[in-house]
Design a protein around this ligand. Structure first.
Ligand code: BEZ
Ligand code: FE
Length: 288
């Protein structure tokens, strides 16, 4: 009779029960996940209390997800999984720009702006910043008509959807590259900010004695039909937390050159992007 006998037999029976899954990829992924989960439970000798706590955490991140933040994405980010998936799937074989995690705050349909327009729609404190760059394909040719979608937190450390004092879509905008692949927009220098700590992820960070502060950055999503959508971030080169980003987003090539102007009263950032040929497929927005 094929019934459970020992703890090890639970794994064999679970894998056997899932083995008829017609979708091959689903079968492979679920079998691997199940093997790793069982190994984890055995390695740690997980107690019933710890198991209950883990399930409460998963329920909690779902319940803490809404219009203002996506706590499930945040949990994946804090575990390093989002960065691992981004790096593993974007190995820049032909010199394409490096990718970075999407994060929980991208919103689809940011306003389409004219070249040079400012994305600071509310009165936004901070050092004025001019951002320029060129989008190229992997052969080095400029890509005209690419959409450069940029979003960032305000210098008070909050995205507009978290902060009633900011206008809808403040510090978010999309720009189309010109015939030479160029884009340009104005904003304010981003500041570092803490990831949300008011939910289960904040409790976890505290228990692990980890600080929540991301180094200052601007997010970019660059798209053009016939190319893979590039999701990335550009970090301020002078931020004290570059080496301790709680979501592990910083790689050397993602550090931008923020150049002070007029004795620190303004700044510029020049940053180019290289797209990889492929299908233009957008991610699902983590928040509406
Ligand atoms: C962000 O950069 O928007 C972000 C990324 C991961 C966690 C929290 C915020
Ligand atoms: Fe961010």
């Amino acid at each position: 009779m094929n019934i459970v006998t020992t703890p090890d037999s639970v794994l064999e029976m679970t894998l056997a029960a899932m083995s008829r899954t017609p979708d091959e990829r689903l079968r492979t992924v679920m079998a691997s996940l199940t093997r790793h989960l069982h190994a984890f439970v055995q390695e740690t000798r997980l107690t019933e209390e710890e198991f209950e706590h883990a399930l409460d955490f998963i329920v909690g991140i779902g319940q803490a997800t809404g219009d203002k933040k996506n706590e499930v994405v945040l949990a994946a980010d804090l575990l390093g999984v989002s960065t691992l998936v981004a790096l593993q799937n974007n190995q820049d074989p032909q010199g394409e720009s490096p990718a970075a995690l999407l994060g929980p705050f991208w919103r689809a349909n940011a306003p389409l702006c004219t070249p040079g327009e400012s994305i600071a729609r509310s009165t936004t404190p901070g050092v004025p910043l001019d951002v320029t760059g060129v989008v190229r394909d992997s052969a080095g040719r400029p890509v005209a008509g690419a959409i450069v979608d940029a979003w960032q937190a305000s210098p008070v450390g909050l995205y507009e959807n978290q902060d009633p004092a900011q206008q809808d879509m403040n510090l978010r905008g999309r720009f189309e590259t010109d015939a030479d692949g160029r884009f340009r927009f104005r904003t304010v220098r981003p500041a570092g900010y803490p990831v949300p700590v008011d939910g289960p992820c904040g409790v976890l960070l505290q228990a692990q004695q980890r600080h929540p502060n991301r180094p200052a950055h601007i997010h970019f999503m660059v798209s053009k039909p016939g190319h893979k959508v590039l999701i990335t971030q550009v970090f301020a080169d002078d931020d004290e937390n570059l080496e301790s980003d709680p979501v592990f987003g910083v790689t050397r090539r993602l550090i931008g050159r923020f150049q002070p102007q007029q004795g620190n009263a303004a700044a510029t950032l020049e940053h180019d992007f290289v797209l990889e040929p492929g299908e233009m497929k957008f991610p699902r927005p983590p928040i509406p």
